[in-house]
Design a protein around this ligand. Structure first.
Ligand code: CO8
Length: 258
């Protein structure tokens, strides 16, 4: 079992819960945390007993950005050498559903991490923003790209160019988060949501993510072709036979995830 210093991991049925755990820095994403988080999610992605992955933080902060103390004195050459971008790309390529459960600050890299996930469930205490512009930089791990795709250019540009922080209600209104829930209901709702997803057929979940990703990556015709191919390929899985038999027999399906 790998030991982690900046994250905690727990299994609840088919759901793997990852908690960012650098309370002294409001879960700022330093290099160690990045490697631990990306290494673990890659392992969980290869483990067929895991159907969905939750990433969460503390009540006060999901993550307050990349670690400013670590970055402050770096030169361009040193930033290039460090390659902070490759590992986050690996995180974004995880095949299984990843759910960000956000309470408190999701700023800068923390907001970008949430945007790498498939679903964002937020507490009413959540605060999102890209403060980078006020630090003399810009979002660097996908923020400018994913926020435009998520909410459209004008609103995205306002957030990136001003660094203005928005609350959970505004984030829900503009379509950044899937759902906002009361602070004391967050973990319960998250568990229910993650379990509901994780218990679905794994091949169908993976196919759904491939098709959804295609909507972002390709034109409509190519995306439709990806969807049609993935849909068709599922007809050779045991779970498609079970899912449709269960419907016809008026019972709940018992998926074997193959
Ligand atoms: N990095 C390092 N340390 C941090 C960070 C951070 N991003 N955020 C908070 N901390 C530390 C504080 O320095 C403080 O430590 P100490 O007690 O040693 O002084 C501790 O966490 C608690 O923070 P505060 O005392 O500031 O707590 P407050 O409740 O007063 O304020 C805020 C909370 C508003 C969240 C405030 O901490 C803040 O503004 N944090 C910085 C937010 C920010 O600017 N984030 C963007 C960072 S840049 C970025 O994310 C770029 C992403 C692209 C990266 C590409 C590859 C690396």
């Amino acid at each position: 079992m790998t030991e982690y210093e900046t994250i905690r991991v727990e299994r609840r049925g088919r759901v793997a819960w990852i908690t960012l755990d650098r309370p002294e820095a409001l879960n700022a994403l330093n290099t160690q945390l990045m490697h631990e988080l990306v290494g673990l999610t890659t392992e969980l992605d290869a483990d067929d007993s895991v159907g969905a992955i939750v990433v969460t933080g503390s009540e006060k902060a999901f993550a307050a950005g990349a670690d400013i103390k670590e970055m402050a004195s770096q030169s361009t050459a040193q930033m290039r050498e460090a390659n902070h971008f490759g590992p986050w790309l690996e995180f974004a390529r995880v095949r299984k559903p990843v759910i960000a459960v956000v309470s408190g600050y999701a700023l800068g890299g923390g907001f970008e991490l949430a945007l790498m996930c498939d679903v964002i469930l937020a507490s009413e205490t959540a605060k999102f923003g890209f403060p980078e512009i006020g630090l003399g930089v810009i979002p660097g791990i996908g923020g400018t790209q994913r926020i435009v795709r998520a909410i459209g250019y004008p609103k995205a540009a306002e957030l990136v160019l001003t660094g203005r922080r928005i609350d959970a209600a505004e984030a829900e209104r503009v379509g950044i988060v899937s759902r906002v829930v009361a602070a004391d209901a967050l973990l319960g709702e998250a568990e229910e949501l993650a379990t509901a997803i994780a218990e679905k057929s794994l091949p169908a979940l993976v196919a759904a993510k491939v098709a959804l990703d295609a909507a972002l990556e390709t034109g409509l015709e190519d995306g439709l072709a990806v969807e049609a191919e993935r849909f068709t390929a599922l007809f050779d899985t045991a779970d498609q036979k079970e899912g449709m038999a269960a419907f016809n027999e008026k019972r709940e399906p018992s998926f074997r995830h193959r």
